[in-house]
Write a protein that binds this ligand. Structure first.
Ligand code: SF4
Length: 403
């Protein structure tokens, strides 16, 4: 784990445009005319150029060396080829991108033109994440997705033909109408594709998505009545863990599975607390300052304001005590777990002692496995991970101060 601040930087660029809004989506994304894409990319390029001065004003380190880039959204694959070129040219001018940097772009199946695919390859993109969610056409369509299984399989063929083999497929357990049998079929098709990485999310119910609002308030428009029970969703998740592992895609994080060496380096940096800069709408950054504090910054989620002019960034300083808490609940997400010796080296044995007592309690209740050196979630703990993480809040005094 590296939290020194001297490590290379990761860049996250949010592209908040979608062709339709998925029923379960709670991201700051929407359907906007393509005419806004160029202005948006221009604003991201302006922010890229201004990042150095901003970091200097805030007193944080902004490494020039970049080893991961992630374009998420939204649907970055909707960008026209010339916008892809302009964006990557600006990123490569401002930063020194490692020749072997992992560069990921999220794509919606059926929403990647040949021209944009060629531009992505020219820009050095070497990893694609496909938001499939379900290989059952009816489930995908009722969730607001615009693709079919055939379209996904054709996209995989095109991506591979273009030289892209580091591929991820996202699935969601808990979509309306999903059954244990249909879930098994989606997992089977995923395995047949031979992709080296899969992300499996359990449906999150919250009032920021249309499906979530319907689940909480009632209604039939988004088929909330057909959402599987929590128990069924948990069973789907457990089945996926077993089947993916049997096929060589080992779980390395609560929602992520990979063949050895195909783990997402960009996403690992969040859980390993390595620095990153978020650019664009609703993007967050974590940057280190020399005295051991970390600056957490979040950009606006108001697209109109963002397009009009540079917007203030919301910031908060994480003290070493707050970072210690984060080290627990981010580190425990990983199957590798939290190594006590690493935390003692970073925060001191006295600070770690109260958390160790909590680890022993959680181990006796079966939510953590602890061998005296490393703490890990058990399968049961993974299903109740938010409850486990709560146990580490407030164990260390001196909380975040908002700047
Ligand atoms: S494609 Fe992704 S970001 Fe866009 S609406 Fe669907 S889930 Fe949300």
């Amino acid at each position: 784990m590296d939290a020194s601040g001297s490590a290379a930087l990761g860049l996250y660029i949010s592209i908040p445009f979608c062709r339709s809004k998925c029923t379960y989506c709670n991201f700051a994304s929407g359907v906007y005319p393509a005419s806004q894409h160029a202005r948006y990319v221009q604003r991201v390029i302006e922010d890229t150029g201004a990042a150095g001065l901003w970091a200097q004003d805030m007193g944080v380190q902004l490494p020039r060396r970049v080893d991961t880039i992630y374009l998420g959204g939204g649907t970055p694959s909707l960008l026209a080829p010339e916008l892809v070129e302009q964006l990557f040219s600006a990123l490569r001018t401002r930063f020194s991108v490692d020749p072997d940097a992992e560069i990921t772009v999220e794509c919606a199946p059926g929403q990647l033109s040949d021209e944009t695919l060629a531009a992505l390859v020219r820009a050095g993109v070497n990893r694609i994440s496909l938001g499939v969610q379900s290989f059952i056409d009816r489930e995908a369509q009722e969730s607001g997705r615009l693709h079919t299984r055939a379209i996904v399989l054709d996209d995989l063929r095109r991506l591979r033909a273009a030289g892209l083999s580091n591929l991820n497929i996202d699935l969601i357990a808990g979509l309306a109408g999903q059954t244990l049998a249909s879930w098994q079929e989606s997992v089977s098709v995923l395995l047949e594709t031979g992709v080296p990485h899969a992300s499996v999310y359990m449906l999150e119910v919250d009032e920021d998505s249309r499906l979530g609002r319907e689940l909480l308030a009632g209604g039939a428009r988004y088929h909330a009545g057909l959402v599987p029970t929590e128990e069924a969703i948990a069973r789907m998740y457990e089945q996926a863990i077993e089947r993916l592992a049997a096929a060589g895609l080992a779980q390395y994080e609560i929602s992520n599975f990979a063949r050895p060496g195909a783990e997402s380096l960009h996403n690992l940096r969040y859980w390993q607390r390595r620095p990153y800069l978020g650019l664009g709408l609703d993007a967050s950054s974590a940057l280190h300052e020399p005295e051991g504090y970390v600056l957490r910054a979040n950009t606006t989620d108001d697209l109109t304001a963002y397009l009009a002019a540079p917007q203030p960034v919301e910031t908060a300083w994480l003290s070493p005590a707050s970072q210690h808490e984060e080290a627990w609940f981010l580190g425990l997400r990983l199957n590798a777990g939290v190594r006590i010796a690493d935390l003692e080296r970073e925060f001191g044995p006295a600070a770690v002692a109260p958390a160790l007592a909590r680890v022993r309690q959680l181990a006796s209740s079966g939510l953590l496995a602890f061998d005296g050196k490393t703490a890990r979630l058990t399968p049961q703990g993974r299903l109740l991970s938010n409850d486990v993480f709560q146990e580490f809040l407030g164990l260390v005094p001196d909380h975040t101060g908002v700047a």
